[in-house]
Design a protein around this ligand. Structure first.
Ligand SMILES: Nc1ncnc2c1ncn2[C@@H]1O[C@H](COP(=O)(O)OP(=O)(O)OP(=O)(O)O)[C@@H](O)[C@H]1O
Ligand SMILES: [Mg+2]
Length: 367
């Protein structure tokens, strides 16, 4: 539904050249919910603005549905108002001098042919109901709470029944509880309306909970795209592993193959040999790091057999209670590590523990 092919865009700010998109390639299927995830300044908004037609890229091509809306090679260009896109901007951009109703009606007034007054009335009220603002139609827009304004921006983006919805950090101004609720609401709504959605965020939790596909961006490029599970449990490199969730990193000295298919490798570290699963882009000749998530480290009971691979003995340094779980900071051979356990299993500070790194969960990846 949205195809972005090798998009390049450099901003010119005075004498400075800022390369914001450096070959972005992305394919969003009809009805899919895709998230661009990356740190501030990596080119997320730039990519969305190019798709919406608010920026003209230097290179590349963009197709929406069957329509080529931009091509540097052929000179194709469809202006933003003809792209049939709904967009929620990073700052909502609702109009403060208008009522809730008029804000939502606005995009319909610019449709050709313009719908009749009764139709506008019906469509606005329907979409306001959808975002649970049916009772607020006549209120001045600034007299809404942050969460309500956010839903108003969403209603305005949806009212013209766009084929594509672009959402730029739509939850960033909300408090934590509202954000939790809106994440689920927005995803449900997009799925119910079967609208193809591209969301931009720097919050990994948003990307993991809302998306069918997460595309992780770095310096104007998508470095890995996959399902939330793939991105989280099979990060391609250290950048993705560290950006999406917490992870323990153990430096490697030497690596050798354990199995001929290159999937199992034995990595020599300061802990001793760690048997790992290799990431897709792993090359045995490159400097290596072992990555394992805190929740993947198993703590063995005192009587439990520890003769399998990757069992180590460590000493608990600190235990931090988080309510639903406990972070246990411990050391093995002076290497600091952290594991996550249920509070009922939390060890005391200062005791010795035995831990197991399950081979399937230990990733050897290039540094
Ligand atoms: N109008 C502009 N002129 C010059 N440079 C710009 C302009 N807009 C953005 N940039 C630069 O382009 C790069 C990408 O910006 P972009 O807004 O796409 O980042 P982002 O990933 O959306 O970041 P954030 O999470 O902070 O919103 C940044 O280095 C930014 O400073
Ligand atoms: Mg941005």
């Amino acid at each position: 539904m949205i195809k972005v092919d090798n998009l390049w865009l450099t901003y010119h700010s005075g004498k400075e050249r800022v390369p914001a998109a450096r070959g972005v390639t992305l394919d969003v299927k009809q009805g899919q919910f895709v998230t661009l995830l990356g740190p501030s300044g990596c080119g997320k908004t730039t990519t969305l603005r190019c798709i919406a037609g608010l920026e003209q890229p230097d290179e590349g091509a963009i197709t929406i549905g069957d329509e080529l809306v931009f091509s540097a090679a052929s000179g194709a260009w469809v202006p933003p108002f003809r792209r049939n896109i709904g967009m929620v901007f990073q700052s909502y951009a609702i109009w403060p001098h208008m009522s809730v109703f008029d804000n939502v009606a606005f995009p319909l007034l610019h449709l050709k042919p313009r719908p009749k007054k009764a139709q506008i009335q019906e469509r606005v009220l329907r979409v306001l109901d959808l975002v649970q603002l049916g009772n607020y139609a006549n209120r001045p827009a600034p007299h809404l709470s942050g969460g309500q304004q956010q839903r108003l921006a969403l209603a305005r983006a949806l009212v013209a029944e766009p084929r594509v919805l672009l959402l730029d950090e739509p939850l960033s101004n909300l408090d934590a509880k509202l954000r939790d609720e809106m994440r689920i609401e927005i995803r449900d709504l997009a799925k119910r309306l079967n609208v193809t959605t591209l969301l931009v965020t720097h919050e990994q939790i948003e990307a993991l909970t809302m998306s069918d596909v997460v595309a992780v961006m770095k310096d104007g490029l998508i470095v890995q795209a996959g399902t939330p599970t793939e991105i989280y449990s099979r990060p391609k490199d250290l950048y993705v592993a560290q950006f999406v969730g917490r992870t323990n990193l153990i430096q490697a000295r030497r690596t050798s193959l354990e199995s001929a298919d290159k999937i199992r490798v034995s990595v020599e570290t300061d802990l001793g040999a760690v048997i790992c699963t290799a990431s897709a882009s792993y090359d045995i000749r490159l400097p290596t790091t072992v990555a394992i998530r805190p929740e993947d480290i198993e703590m063995l009971d005192s009587g439990e057999d520890g003769s399998s691979d990757n069992v180590f003995e460590g000493r608990v340094e600190k235990v931090v209670f988080l309510g639903e779980s406990v972070d246990c900071f411990f050391q093995v051979q002076n290497i600091p590590l952290v594991l996550k356990v249920h509070p009922a299993r939390a060890p005391a500070s200062g005791v010795n523990i035995r831990v197991r790194f399950p081979v399937a969960r230990c990733l050897a990846m290039p540094v």
